[in-house]
Design a protein around this ligand. Structure first.
Ligand code: ZN
Length: 203
């Protein structure tokens, strides 16, 4: 499986990193080795001390697809989850400035946290879903999927123009404002509509 991540999908986060609003979704990929195993902590990697959290709504593909039209995209996923796109921010900024790929800063081992999956039918409207993140019990990020520049169906359509979507692939749909650094000993807890989806310890 592969993990397709969408960058710059919330205006508030684009503004906080002083990025330009993209004309098309910004995509990058994490390999399956980026997944944090169930109930494992996040280990700050040896190559950096600056790691940022980015809480994101996730979609899991359950049907093979390519050139999917937005109006049919809903047929390609049944489950959603919440996750963190862990980012070596200083390293990413340096790579961006040089016009180099971000993979080392974004796709390293353990850079993708994925909560348990929930059937999408549990929610009335996936395009108006609240999600949030707390660090050590203090709210740090909150978003609503209505704030996305491209909604889930348009993301699936766009992604599938470039990458064949296979069963089990995961899409990280982008982060709202409020990204920040973690330190050893921190705990990050994520919520969808106020219900806890994960709690991960930073080591
Ligand atoms: Zn992200």
């Amino acid at each position: 499986m592969k993990i397709i991540c969408v960058g710059r999908n919330y205006s508030s986060h684009i503004d906080e990193l002083k990025n330009e609003k993209p004309q098309q979704p910004v995509l990058f990929i994490k390999p399956d080795t980026a997944l944090i195993q169930r109930n494992q902590p996040f280990f700050i990697p040896h190559f950096t001390s600056e790691i940022h959290y980015e809480v994101e709504l996730l979609v899991r593909i359950h049907r093979l697809g390519k050139h999917i039209q937005p109006k049919f995209a809903h047929k390609y996923y049944n489950d959603i989850a919440l996750g963190i796109d862990f980012t070596a921010r200083a390293m990413q900024t340096a790579l961006k400035e040089k016009g180099l790929p971000w993979e080392k800063a974004k796709a390293f081992d353990g850079s993708a946290l994925v909560s348990d999956w929930l059937p999408k039918t549990r929610f009335e409207d996936l395009n108006h879903l609240n999600f949030s993140l707390e660090k050590n019990g203090t709210p740090v990020q909150s978003g609503n999927t209505s704030q996305m520049l491209w909604d889930i169906d348009h993301l699936i359509a766009h992604v599938s123009e470039f990458f064949t979507l296979k069963i089990g692939d995961i899409i990280f749909t982008g982060t709202p404002a409020g990204v920040g650094a973690v330190s050893p000993g921190d705990t990050l807890t994520g919520f969808i509509e106020g219900q806890q989806q994960f709690s991960v310890k930073i080591k």
